[in-house]
Every structure is written in structure tokens, then in C-alpha cells.
Design a protein around this ligand. Structure first.
Ligand code: SF4
Ligand code: SF4
Length: 258
């Protein structure tokens, strides 16, 4: 019997999410018993135009050629998963959406005319239908394994939208905001990381993006209470996921009330 097939594609990104997949180690080898990885340039196999059951996409749409390639990937795949902040919300590079891209390019590159870059960095879902989003910068190995194993079992993968705070409570991790006055973004950030940063005594800085039904104004009030300046608070919302409406709107609210 033919095994289900997988392709891993890259757009504008740092490769960190693909590395998370590669770093699975033994579980990745075990996975190859169940699926055929047809395209995963970072790991070796290359067949970009292959038709596959599951396409996994890292990275945002940032250049004029990206769209055509993305549409071909969508046509060639039955189920499409986006992985990481770049693919789900435009990533760190979406900070340029608020700036003058040409000025930035001129400031950075010795020969700006050779740079073929769109004015905005946008998530994959803005261009094609996405079946599952795995957030995080980078994603963690448990997320991707769970998603693929669910699909292989004929079950719809679970999209985690709870807040990091819920994960801390479940793991009995001591709250770093309550006990150490750390400006933790856990109350507005979606879980999936296992509340990694609070588990080692650090504040969450929102790398998994907005959770569902978040109270961004309440978060802002709390951060003001901890003594953060409005500009610092706006930056905390924009850090990894400036491309999300919910964090972007809060940034504008903070700006308007100044
Ligand atoms: S989401 Fe983060 S780790 Fe993943 S590719 Fe983008 S910048 Fe790298
Ligand atoms: S705790 Fe926050 S910053 Fe740390 S890995 Fe999780 S989502 Fe990212």
C-alpha cells in the first residue's frame, strides 16, 4: 500500500521551524515508516512540483514570485498546514508593513535595485485556503507530530487557541507576573509551547500569537500598572505578530490614547 506523502516548502523565513521538524530525531525516523517525505529541501529530498497528501509551509509571502509558487503548492496538495509566525501572521518581517519598505531597503542594501521585495509581508492564509495553522516562533516538535499523527488516523487536528496562562495553571507553574512583576504576555498569547518561558521563570513575549477572546486592553492596563511606557507596551504587542489584527488594533488604541 502506498504511504501518504508529505512536502515541506519554504517561503520568507529563517528556517527555524523546518529545523524544529528536523530536530525531531528518532520520532522523525519513525514518521518516515508511516509517510513518504517527497520534498523537504533542508533535509535532502527535492521534488517541488510533486502532488502530495500534506503540504507543510514555512514562511511568509514577501516577493512577487511567491504567489505563483504558492498557488501551485495549493493545487498539488490535499491538506495544507502552515507552520510558524512567518506563515501564520507574516512574522517579524511584517514589521515592514508599518514602514516605508523602499527606505528600509535603501538603508540596508548596497544595491537596492536588485531586491525584488513586496511592500508587505503577508501570511499564507491571505492568498490560499489553509487547512491548519500551527503558530509559534518557532513551532515545537509536539505540535507538528500531533498534527501529522491525527491526520494519519483520520482525525481532524486540534487547533490550540487557549491562553498560555491556562497552560501554566495546568502545569502548576508559578505565575511570573503575580510573583515577580514580570510583564508576561501569557494572558493574551495562545498556548502550544507548554508555557515554556514561565516554566523557567521568564515572562512570555507572545511568540505564539494571539489566543482567542483576548482582553488586550486589560493586558495593556496591567502592563501600565507594572510601570511600562506606552511605547514599550505597543512593542510587546508587535514583536512577532504585528501582522495580526488583534495586536495591531491594540497598538493603534495605545497610540490614539497618548
Ligand atoms: S516563525 Fe520564527 S523560527 Fe519559524 S521560520 Fe519564522 S522566524 Fe524562523
Ligand atoms: S511562553 Fe510565550 S514567548 Fe515563551 S515560547 Fe511560549 S508563547 Fe513563546
Amino acid at each position: 500500500m502506498n504511504k501518504p506523502t508529505i512536502a515541506v516548502h519554504k517561503f520568507s523565513s529563517c528556517d527555524g521551524c523546518q529545523l524544529a521538524l528536523l530536530n525531531l530525531g528518532e520520532p522523525l525516523l519513525a514518521l518516515t515508516e508511516l509517510v513518504d517525505i517527497i520534498h523537504f529541501a533542508e533535509a535532502g529530498p527535492v521534488d517541488e512540483d510533486a502532488k502530495v497528501d500534506i503540504a507543510i509551509i514555512e514562511g511568509s509571502i514577501s516577493t512577487t514570485d511567491d504567489n505563483e509558487r504558492l498557488k501551485k503548492i495549493r493545487d498539488n496538495s490535499s491538506f495544507l498546514i502552515t507552520i510558524g509566525a512567518c506563515a501564520t501572521s507574516g512574522g517579524l518581517q511584517a514589521l515592514r508593513n508599518m514602514a516605508n519598505t523602499n527606505e528600509w531597503i535603501a538603508d540596508i542594501y548596497a544595491n537596492p535595485s536588485v531586491i525584488n521585495s513586496l511592500d508587505e509581508s503577508t501570511p499564507i492564509k491571505d492568498h490560499v485556503k489553509v487547512d491548519l495553522e500551527l503558530w509559534g516562533c518557532p513551532i515545537n516538535q509536539r505540535q507538528i507530530l500531533m498534527a501529522i499523527r491525527s491526520l494519519l488516523s483520520g482525525v481532524s487536528p486540534l487547533e490550540e487557541q487557549d491562553k498560555v496562562c491556562m497552560e501554566c495553571k495546568r502545569r502548576q507553574t508559578v505565575c511570573v507576573m503575580v510573583t515577580k512583576n514580570e510583564p508576561c504576555m501569557g494572558p493574551v498569547t495562545r498556548t502550544g509551547c507548554g508555557a515554556l518561558c514561565p516554566s523557567v521563570g521568564r515572562d512570555c513575549y507572545g511568540c505564539y500569537g494571539p489566543a482567542e477572546n483576548v482582553n488586550t486592553q486589560g493586558m495593556t492596563n496591567r502592563l501600565q500598572g507594572l510601570g511600562l511606557l506606552d511605547e514599550e507596551i505597543a512593542k510587546r504587542f508587535l514583536f512577532f505578530h504585528s501582522g495580526t489584527d488583534v495586536f495591531q488594533q491594540q497598538r493603534l488604541r495605545i497610540k490614539e490614547t497618548k
